[in-house]
Design a protein around this ligand. Structure first.
Ligand code: HAM
Length: 434
């Protein structure tokens, strides 16, 4: 994320590469996004869930897949003092499935609908929209196989981004089949790519051995013509997967969501079955930031991690990428509301009294500001002027002793003395009448 302040000198200690402090302005974006996500999650009756930042390493190597980039290159893994192999979570779905099983959520009325918001960690090469600590919010529906769930998950992400004023969104969608149809397709694909192996990039030659589907994901120029002629899974889906995909697309049509089929979309995690989707902003800046939301169906993950078949579908969104694009759109968020009242105090006794007065204003929900570090009235009035407040309350030595306070109208310069114990009431009336 971009710097908020100019740095004068390099400090002795630096944050780890690819990780960021979330400073003032970014905090407001995080809060805005959190509020929108929470409101939509509540409407659709998703329950909030938080899982630990650390999990057993095996949860991810099994859940995400040994041959994936995440497991091979991107996990922060270590052995704890107690000898456990732990990993900073690179994603949220495997932990949620672990929690679903461990807490016996299959005994709850199904489906179980969960949402989350928090930090994730991947050891990647830091670049625009790609960090080593980043944040996601996500939605997961477990225990329902109907294609309407896939459409609802996509709809939820789409609506969140629309509420955040994204206008050029596009959904890419594909079906990667299931254990019925994918093995045969994989064979077809492998023999197709094998016969052209010499023309593939080094990365693809490795992928071909580990997971031929991932060759479809390659962005290298030299692999594109070979990819373009490759057999497409969509033509080889089994009856069930074909029906499921058709239904999802029909639901998206009904919802009037803008989508396009992408036969090369396979996603970088191994747990997907049937539907996979990504949402991004279809502009130059949007493509630079990368995919905003990724997700899909994962009907076999619960079983893989130790329990019976529980179909599931979900997705997650990259919060930093969303914020970077919101900033580019000049969606600025205001900081604190502008205060209308400044409290100036002169002398120690007045200063002490001020703390109590401010507290009374807080209880009455009226914003008041001050500048305790400045002692002279002139300096305080200057500050009040710069802040553009409507009124300055002046509490001097004399007023404090007499139990009064002066109200100064900053526009007209007129002043009025009122009883100190009435000041909150008087100001409430004044602010209302203006
Ligand atoms: P993912 O595609 O790996 O999917 O990540 C989801 C989103 O997180 C991405 O589209 C991107 O916006 C953001 N993201 C990922 N890596 C980074 C990074 N290094 N820096 C910044 N943002 C990043 C998952 O994580 C799956 N768990 C999604 C899912 C949920 N599938 C089913 N349920």
């Amino acid at each position: 994320m971009e710097k908020e302040f100019k740095q004068t000198k390099r400090s002795k200690f630096q944050k780890p590469a690819g990780m960021h402090d979330i400073l003032f302005e970014n905090q407001r974006y995080f809060k805005k996004i959190y509020n929108v996500v929470e409101e939509i999650a509540n409407f659709y009756r998703f329950e909030k869930i938080d899982t630990p930042i650390l999990e057993e390493t095996e949860l991810f190597s099994r859940g995400i897949g040994l041959s994936t980039d995440i497991v091979q290159k991107q996990m922060y893994s270590f052995k704890s003092r107690g000898g456990d192999f732990l990993t900073l979570r690179p994603e949220g779905t495997a932990p949620i499935v672990r929690s679903f099983i461990e807490n016996g959520m299959f005994n709850l009325p199904q489906p179980v609908k969960l949402w989350y918001f928090g930090p994730f960690f991947r050891y990647e090469r830091p670049q625009a929209g790609r960090y080593r600590q980043f944040h996601q919010f996500g939605f997961e529906t477990l225990g329902e196989k109907s294609p309407i769930v896939d459409a609802q998950i996509i709809q939820i992400f789409f609506q969140i981004l629309k509420t955040l004023k994204f206008k050029n969104l596009i959904i890419e969608i594909n079906s990667i089949g299931d254990s019925q149809c994918r093995p045969y397709y994989k064979k077809l694909l492998t023999s197709y790519f094998r016969s052209r192996e010499a023309s593939l990039c080094a990365n693809c030659r490795r992928r071909l051995r580990e997971n031929p589907l991932r060759v479809l994901d390659c962005k290298e120029e030299k692999c594109q013509p070979i990819k373009a002629q490759a057999p497409q899974l969509i033509d080889h889906l089994c009856k069930e997967c074909h029906w499921h995909f058709k239904e999802v697309l029909e639901f998206l049509d009904t919802l009037e969501l803008p989508y396009r089929l992408n036969p090369y979309l396979v996603r970088g995690l191994d747990y997907y079955t049937k539907t996979v989707f990504e949402i991004f902003e279809d502009t130059e800046e949007g493509r630079k930031q990368g995919v905003l939301v990724g997700g899909g169906r994962y009907d076999t993950l619960v079983k893989l991690l130790g329990r019976k078949d529980v179909p599931a579908c979900g997705g997650s969104a990259g919060i930093e990428r969303i914020i970077n694009l919101m900033k580019g759109k000049k969606i600025r968020l205001s900081s604190f509301p502008k205060p209308k009242i400044f409290l100036a105090q002169i002398g120690n006794l007045a200063k002490r009294k001020s703390l109590k007065i401010i507290e009374e204003f807080r209880k009455a929900k009226i914003e008041v500001t001050e500048s305790f570090g400045r002692d002279s009235l002139k300096a305080q009035l200057n500050r009040a002027n710069r802040m553009g407040v409507k009124f300055t309350l002046i509490l001097g030595q004399k007023e404090t002793l007499e139990g009064t306070i002066m109200i100064r109208n900053m526009k007209t310069g007129s002043q009025e003395l009122v009883k100190l114990d009435k000041i909150v009431k008087v100001m409430k009336r004044r602010l209302k009448s203006k």
